[in-house]
Design a binder for this molecule. Structure first.
Ligand SMILES: NC(=O)c1ccc[n+]([C@@H]2O[C@H](COP(=O)([O-])OP(=O)(O)OC[C@H]3O[C@@H](n4cnc5c(N)ncnc54)[C@H](OP(=O)(O)O)[C@@H]3O)[C@@H](O)[C@H]2O)c1
Length: 315
């Protein structure tokens, strides 16, 4: 497939490009050329800014499909989608489960009520803005749009450091503070499973809207996978009340979902039945943990760069 990827060098986008390259797709990237320059050196790059400079896009194509990984503002997504309506057969938009309105219950399906803008301009408008972005895509390419709503994404090269923090903590070993209770629900989708789903559905010409969330896990299972990476790593479960009294917040304990926050609990039990029926597969959390750890060690950890090591040995 001739595939245009808007973004493509961040976290989710990078795995999408890698999956498409492995399939043999003919890829064009559109981005500013700032993030991870040289990552896909052999892939055609159209340089531009989706916040205003779409000239390179206007001169490119045609493509069989485009995947918009990096749309956050409806005016930007509307402009690029209208332009691409003439140049692509279909458009895939990466959205988020944050589009749902207060998911205080388990089992949110794709037709659940969507969130409205608060007007604050803050982080809480991330989801509502994505709702408007989805609408822009649908309006520009009616019947030709695929909307994918991922849950929390985990895996190698995650800049948010949410799951990676627990991987690193498990690998350090010893007694580690675990928030709440081991039965607490959690859904993490491996970025590579998400990428495979997005690219394969795009290639198949599938349209419609899909929640792309991970398997129904528990914190106990997630931490067991992380603790397997370190010497004698053992979770010690500390009640939410104790953590709150000590002034602990999510910045210190990434992914922490408090039992007194029903909206967050609902976010961890989103219904992924439709995506699984359409082909979404999940690798085991142990594999996601191992690979995330390997990437952490390769990218951030101390030690000798493998290429330099090889050169020194050869010399
Ligand atoms: N991480 C999660 O847990 C999670 C969960 C649900 C949904 N999502 C969704 O997944 C997507 C995240 O994608 P991502 O991690 O690949 O990357 P990202 O951080 O959204 O975007 C990075 C990519 O976009 C390009 N870019 C950024 N600003 C640009 C601009 N003004 N004009 C043109 N290109 C621009 C970057 O290249 P340059 O800097 O070189 O321009 C880079 O290729 C988002 O849509 C997010 O809503 C993520």
């Amino acid at each position: 497939m001739r595939l245009l990827v808007l973004g493509g060098t961040g976290f989710v986008g990078r795995h999408i490009v890698e999956h498409a390259l492995a399939r043999g797709d003919d890829i064009t990237l559109f981005n500013r050329g700032r993030s991870a320059p040289g990552l896909f050196a052999d892939v055609e790059l159209l340089r531009g800014d989706r916040g205003g400079d779409l000239r390179a896009l206007a001169g490119g194509g045609p493509w069989d499909a485009a995947i918009d990984v990096t749309g956050y503002r409806p005016q930007d997504v509307g402009a690029s989608s209208r332009l691409l309506a003439e140049r692509v057969e279909r458009l895939t938009f990466i959205s988020t489960i944050s589009v749902y309105d207060a998911p205080s219950r388990s089992g949110i399906t794709e037709d659940a009520p969507l969130a409205a803008l608060s007007g604050s301009g803050g982080w809480e408008d991330y989801g509502p803005l994505k709702v408007l972005c989805e609408q822009e895509v649908g309006a520009a390419l009616p019947g030709r749009a695929l909307i994918v709503r991922p849950g929390i994404v985990a895996g190698p090269h995650d800049p948010t450091n949410r799951f990676a923090w627990w991987v690193a903590r498990g690998a350090r070993g010893g007694r580690l503070l675990a928030p709440g209770a081991p039965q607490r629900p959690l859904q993490l989708i491996d970025a590579r499973d998400l990428a495979a789903f997005v690219v394969e559905l795009t290639a198949a010409g599938t349209t419609g809207t899909f929640n792309a969330v991970g398997d129904d896990l528990t914190w106990g299972e997630m931490l067991a996978a992380c603790c397997a990476l370190g010497p004698d790593a053992t979770p010690v479960w500390v009640p939410d009340a104790t953590l709150l009294a000590a002034g602990i917040d999510e910045a210190q304990l990434p992914l922490w979902i408090r039992a007194d926050d029903p909206a967050s609990v609902g976010f961890m039990r989103i219904d992924g039945t439709r995506a699984r029926a359409a082909g979404l597969l999940h690798r085991p959390i142990e594999q996601t943990a191992r690979d995330t750890h390997a990437a952490l060690r390769a990218e951030d950890g101390p030690g000798l760069d493998p290429a330099l090591e090889a050169r020194l040995i050869a010399a």
